[in-house]
Design a protein around this ligand. Structure first.
Ligand SMILES: *Cc1c(COP(=O)(O)O)cnc(C)c1O
Length: 223
């Protein structure tokens, strides 16, 4: 067994039923992705539009591509119809563009709303208040060709397990509040994507349904 295949089966063995593994393959060559594919992996995560667009035709058709990076509105069109899910919707402006381009292409695009809870400064993602406000306003009702499937988030990049747990709990709590209290009628809102190589076991304990693991599968990236 290749080490990539061994890594995938080792990780899968630790994931409870109902938790999906997204193999984050950014910066890794198609040969590495094919090794993962050979081990049964079907969901792959990429964070750059150009790289994803180039890999799609080089991989089998039943691969489900997830876009996980910051997406500029002027690049949305290139992804529509290619990706199974855009996990990183970080603004209403981006969501509107995804919806418009999906309608234009005659497809429905599945997305996750990205929450920003980590300590790092970034301008990407909704705060929990912004996201709950979005659903309270029922702004999603105007979407024509976009299906909001849940939330995505990252914990602070730290070795402090307590801090990581606090961040993941906030993401999961925000998800539950939206699902249970604010928009219980929203169909198919069932995904909590959180957990990366160094923190996915904690994320799973905190209620993750989808982990995004790169380094633990493919090794270190060479940028
Ligand atoms: C790169 C990346 C990952 C995977 O990170 P690893 O530490 O290599 O597992 C997960 N999520 C996002 C959003 C990423 O950009």
């Amino acid at each position: 067994m290749s080490s990539i295949a061994a890594n995938i089966s080792r990780i899968n063995a630790t994931l409870p039923q109902g938790v999906t593994l997204t193999a984050v393959s950014k910066f890794h060559p198609v040969e590495a992705l094919m090794e993962a594919y050979g081990a049964g992996q079907r969901v792959f995560g990429e964070s750059r539009v150009q790289e994803l667009v180039q890999k799609v035709p080089a991989m089998p058709e039943d691969v489900r591509w997830h876009f996980i990076g910051h997406l500029q509105t002027n690049k949305v069109r290139r992804l529509i119809g290619l990706v199974d899910m855009i996990e990183s919707v970080d603004s209403e402006r981006l969501l509107a563009m995804i919806d418009a381009e999906s309608e234009r292409a005659g497809v429905v695009t599945r997305v996750l709303m990205q929450l920003h809870v980590a300590a790092e400064e970034t301008k990407f993602g909704f705060t929990p208040d912004e996201l709950t406000d979005y659903f309270r306003r029922r702004a999603f009702e105007s979407l024509k060709a976009t299906h909001i499937c849940g939330v995505m988030g990252m914990a602070t990049n730290t070795d402090d397990a307590a801090r990581i747990r606090t961040d993941f709990t906030l993401i999961a709590d925000t998800f539950r509040t939206i699902r249970t209290d604010i928009a219980p009628d929203l169909r198919g809102f069932d995904t909590v994507s959180m957990g990366m190589s160094h923190d996915y076991p904690i994320a799973v304990q905190c209620g993750s349904t989808m982990v995004r693991v790169g380094t633990e599968i493919f090794g270190e990236r060479e940028y």
